[in-house]
Design a binder for this molecule. Structure first.
Ligand code: ATP
Length: 270
């Protein structure tokens, strides 16, 4: 059963360690599998190592003086551990980094054009844009406005749209819900789920908003202090009492006794 699941992984990350500046061990033997066509969440609090995990996969560590010091990453069966970031993009890995990076002085339509891979024909680009506008009707309405004046939610939709133009087979999103109202998070996550269902796009989602993430993924990993401390189906994670208490806001309140209890119980996780 385990072997079968691994055989169907689009991403297989095994015992990865990442060092920043040759001294700071940010992740300590993280293993994550993303099934082909699956949606998986990486959950955890600030500084746990979620973004570092995504950067190790997309090859963006070098820009931050980080490197993989141990372990192996396979994408669709190919070892990409040492591969240049650009080559990983060409293979179908797309990483939407935290903070909705779009060209603010360009329109959404121009942003999508700028994100298209070299060599994509005008007709193919037009097909891709139509598809993106179908998924994100709000973006279609604003396609000729200046992107800098779009709302936070619309900018996040545009950042995802820019990723989709590259026609990835693995889409990695870093905190797409950050700073957005709950109804917008629900709208964007609903669209992501639709794209996953209709296009078979594999998604690896980094989120602090565990409640929203566990509604759309099929499985999740909880990362604490650079280590995976829990892995399971979304249903299993949602019903886990520690996850409920620490990440889903189902706790008993924050009086002094509970905070001490919280720290004690959380230690086993790390
Ligand atoms: N460029 C860097 N140089 C040195 N240390 C870094 C760098 N980036 C991250 N770190 C450290 O690595 C650890 C993991 O950080 P990371 O950003 O991966 O966590 P995270 O779970 O994504 O949290 P957040 O949501 O706050 O970004 C933290 O201790 C952080 O301070």
């Amino acid at each position: 059963m385990q072997e079968k699941a691994q055989g169907q992984s689009i991403l297989s990350m095994n015992s990865i360690e990442v060092l920043y500046d040759n001294v700071m061990l940010a992740i300590k033997g993280v293993s994550v599998q993303v099934p082909k066509g699956g949606m998986v969440a990486l959950l955890g609090s600030n500084g746990a190592g979620k973004s570092t995990t995504l950067k190790a996969i997309s090859g963006l560590l070098k820009a931050e003086r980080g490197h993989i010091s141990r372990g192996e990453i396979k994408f669709d069966g190919t070892d990409i551990t040492e591969m240049l970031a650009q080559k990983r993009v060409e293979m179908g890995i797309c990483h939407v980094i935290e903070g909705r990076r779009v060209f603010e002085h360009l329109t959404p339509d121009e942003n999508l054009t700028a994100a298209a891979p070299m060599g994509m024909s005008r007709s193919e680009l037009s097909v891709q844009k139509d598809k993106i506008y179908d998924y994100f009707p709000r973006l279609a309405e604003r396609r000729n406005s200046q992107a800098g004046y779009l709302s936070g939610g619309e900018q996040q939709m545009l950042a995802i749209g820019r990723a989709l133009v590259t026609q990835p087979s693995l889409l990695m999103l870093d905190e797409p819900s950050l700073g957005l109202a709950p109804f917008l998070v629900a709208e964007i996550f609903g669209i992501l789920q639709k794209i996953n269902r209709e296009e078979g796009l594999s998604v690896l989602l980094v989120e602090q908003n565990a409640l929203a993430a566990l509604e759309i993924v099929s499985e999740g990993y909880l990362i604490e202090n650079g280590r995976v401390v829990m892995h399971g189906t979304a249903e299993a994670l949602k019903s886990n009492s520690d996850i409920q208490e620490f990440y889903l806001g189902g706790g008993e309140g924050t009086n002094f006794h509970n905070v001490k209890h919280y720290s004690r119980r959380k230690r086993w996780l790390s």
